[in-house]
Design a protein around this ligand. Structure first.
Ligand code: PMP
Length: 285
């Protein structure tokens, strides 16, 4: 059955949803996006995703396309129209359509706003049970990874490299340190049980799930260090895991062919996954 998607003010069957070939998202990757997970028909961490959207737009001198309340209504209507129980809503905002020119079009050019749903169930992910194997690749992305732009070619290449190597995902490395996963934030648990994840900067995306898991760690009175770590430190860690809106907390059991800890999902990642889901459902809208 065809989905209902949202395009620039209209709710349409997906086959009738159209965007201009002059759209700057298409020509220049001049746009930003958010992915919000839906569980039981409710949006997880919605406020966090909208706060980051606002920040991404601001960093690129783009206007907010609509009030947050309006965006929430659009999300809710898509959930309803598509009878979405578990899955995600993808939201993309671009600088709109204009003759191809590197310089931005006039300020009053209408932005393009697209939202669509996808079905999936992160509560039943296989990788959360088996653990993920990652390879390490150089971080060849641009230097403003804190802005959630639609230019995802390098992360796609990194995922393909992982697939080719028989692994599940790639972690990226720069100046000898892991930055983050291809579509998630990277964490390790040291021998003394300390959680380590890279500190916020322009080098990584400021994950909404990362922030929520830091709160869970505080609730559980776990020791946390926000600092870079190396591939070697990860290989010698007791546990490792990734966080993202669509994978929650997923254990990582192998890095570049080296087993991490006992080579199976560990208790810290398991506990954080459980608490994260509990907490996220409390504030779901
Ligand atoms: N880093 C990158 C590069 C990502 O693409 C994502 C997923 N959007 C994340 C981290 C995790 O962010 P979030 O927890 O907000 O999904």
């Amino acid at each position: 059955m065809s989905r209902t998607v949202y395009v620039n003010g209209d709710f349409l069957p997906e086959e009738n949803a159209k965007i201009s070939v002059f759209d700057r998202g298409f020509l220049f990757a001049d746009g930003v996006y958010e992915v919000t997970t839906v569980i039981g028909g409710k949006l997880l961490d919605f406020d966090g995703h909208m706060a980051r959207l606002k920040r991404s737009l601001g960093e690129l001198d783009m206007n907010q396309p609509a009030e947050i309340d309006t965006l929430l209504e659009i999300h809710k209507r898509l959930i309803e129209e598509n009878s979405l129980v578990n899955g995600l809503i993808y939201l993309q905002v671009t600088r709109g359509a204009a003759d191809r020119d590197f310089a931005f079009p006039p300020e009053d050019t209408p932005m393009s706003v697209v939202l669509f749903t996808q079905t999936s169930d992160p509560t039943k992910s296989k990788l959360s049970e088996t653990g993920a194997r990652v390879i390490v690749v150089p971080d060849n992305r641009w230097a403003r990874r804190d802005i959630k732009t639609v230019q995802l070619l390098y992360p796609s290449l990194a995922k393909m490299a992982a697939k080719k190597a028989g692994a599940d995902d790639a972690w990226m490395e720069e100046d000898g340190y892991i930055t983050e996963g291809s579509s998630n934030n990277a964490w390790i648990v040291t021998e003394d049980g300390t959680l380590v994840t890279r500190d916020l900067s322009h080098s990584i995306l400021h994950g909404i799930t990362r922030k929520a898991v830091l709160k869970c760690a505080e609730l559980l009175q776990m020791k946390v260090e926000e600092r870079p770590f190396t591939k070697e430190e990860a290989a010698n860690a007791r546990e490792a895991f990734i966080t993202s809106a669509s994978s929650f907390v997923t254990p990582v059991i192998e890095i570049d062919g080296n087993s991490i800890g006992e080579g199976k999902p560990g208790p810290t990642a398991g506990k954080l996954r459980e608490i994260y889901m509990e907490e996220a459902l409390k504030t779901a809208v």
